[in-house]
Design a protein around this ligand. Structure first.
Ligand SMILES: CC(C)(COP(=O)(O)OP(=O)(O)OC[C@H]1O[C@@H](n2cnc3c(N)ncnc32)[C@H](O)[C@@H]1OP(=O)(O)O)[C@@H](O)C(=O)NCCC(=O)NCCSC(=O)CCS(=O)O
Length: 381
């Protein structure tokens, strides 16, 4: 199901919207304040098939598309960016790598388990010295007989403390830059795996971005996903497929901020009139609507490209959508705070949380500066 305007998709959107009103909206401020993950929400997302949305029906999953993933993510992000990450929470760390690069035996081994909607996964690319420059990965995976032995440290790993499996990008041969990296699926129950700190963040609270340590961790060589040495390309491939979902979350977050600003502007009376009747406020609201509509149109244009399997156009278009929509969300959420004035700066209203959360969208899954480089390289090659 890839047509965002189809009746079927509207029904799907409505069902997610109802769940969000019931389960997400009431706890969104609390999980930000307490920075505690509400474990029970995993089962709710799992029961709706959202956690495992991309697992094909042939493996027992809901057989969702990137477009569906984006629709659901948009709806959740209207109230909680942090919990929107649970939509397709297994995609980047397991389902996408297995579907695109794994063997049939690996798919048969892991996807039916993921399809049950009770298993979390994470992706481990970033390291203390490796952020934008993925080719600089230092974590090593040394072949020893039928095993790989992994040593190293990862940082900023979203949900790494909840995951049963982590897709680890590690160096399998020294000195080969882009070609020396491989992707290996690591069960977190393995000896030598540990979770470190969960640093305090500006926003995106409730979901932890943790340090992971690998200390002589041994996994069977059959856990290698894709060809040895092709891990850099695999990382780029799954990021291309996941970046449209960052665009969708940005659209949802911005819409949530506009909804809150609009409701406030209609209620708040100054100079004897609701502030929504003043042109100065109307112009801001109109600009927010223009930006959101443009972002939404772009997002679902790119999800069509992703769902059609057009991997030639996807890298540049995914970067364009991610960059435009996250910059848009930053602007819209900042303007929403402005519409509420002093009240917007208080924790009493959701817009200040939306503004703090929006900042992350410009940074994670590749900073917007890196996205612009990707776009420029595609244009000039
Ligand atoms: C900065 C990068 C884009 C790569 O830059 P490099 O200068 O190191 O590499 P290039 O020479 O540009 O490319 C080498 C090679 O790879 C191909 N390539 C590059 N980008 C792509 C792409 N997007 N899609 C497909 N292929 C790509 C390129 O064509 C070259 O191929 P050939 O050698 O010519 O055949 C890159 O390092 C990058 O994207 N950095 C950003 C890192 C990032 O996004 N990190 C996010 C971490 S994960 C995360 O945040 C998840 C959070 S969560 O838990 O949800």
């Amino acid at each position: 199901m890839s047509d965002v305007d189809s009746e079927e998709m509207q029904l799907f959107r409505e069902s997610v919207r109802r769940m969000v009103a019931r389960e997400v909206a009431p706890i969104a401020a609390r999980i930000d304040e307490e920075d505690e993950f509400p474990r029970e929400i995993l089962d709710i997302f799992g029961d709706m098939g959202l956690l495992q949305i991309l697992v094909p029906e042939s493996y027992g999953g809901p057989g969702g598309t990137i477009t569906m993933s984006c629709v659901a993510k948009e709806e959740v992000a209207k109230h909680s960016l942090a919990l929107s990450g649970l939509v397709g929470g297994t995609s980047i760390g397991c389902v996408l790598p297995l579907l695109h690069y794994g063997t049939e035996a690996q798919r048969q081994r892991y996807l039916p388990e993921i399809a049950k909607g009770r298993t979390m996964t994470a992706v481990a690319i970033t390291e203390p010295h490796t952020g934008s420059d993925v080719s600089g990965i230092r974590t090593t995976a040394r072949r020893d007989g039928d095993d790989y032995v992994i040593n190293g440290q990862k940082v900023f790993i979203t949900g790494g403390d909840l995951a049963t499996y982590v897709m680890v990008f590690a160096r399998t041969s020294e000195g080969k830059g882009h070609d020396g990296i491989s992707s290996i699926l690591v069960p977190t129950a393995s000896k030598g795996f540990s979770v470190g700190r969960a640093p305090k963040k500006m926003g995106y609270n409730g979901v932890h971005s943790v340090e992971l340590f690998f200390d002589d961790l041994r996994v069977p060589a059959e856990n290698l996903v894709g060809e040895e040495g092709r891990g850099f390309r695999h990382a780029m491939g799954i990021l291309n497929l996941n970046r449209p979902t960052v665009a969708a979350a940005s659209v949802g977050l911005a819409q949530g901020a506009l909804d809150a600003a609009l409701a406030y502007a209609k209620e708040r009376v100054q100079f004897g009139q609701p502030i929504a009747s003043f042109q100065a406020v109307q112009l801001m609201l109109a600009e927010m609507e223009i930006q959101i509509q443009a972002g939404r149109a772009l997002t679902y244009k790119v999800t069509q490209i992703a769902d059609s399997g057009d991997m030639e156009r996807l890298p540049m278009m995914a970067s364009i959508a991610k960059t435009f929509c996250s910059d848009m969300a930053m602007k819209v959420t900042t303007d929403a705070v402005q519409v509420l004035g002093g009240h917007g700066y208080l924790r009493d209203h959701p817009v200040e949380r939306h503004m703090r959360d929006a900042k992350l969208l410009q940074i994670y899954e590749g900073t917007n500066q890196i996205q612009r480089l990707t776009i420029a390289r595609a244009l000039t090659r």
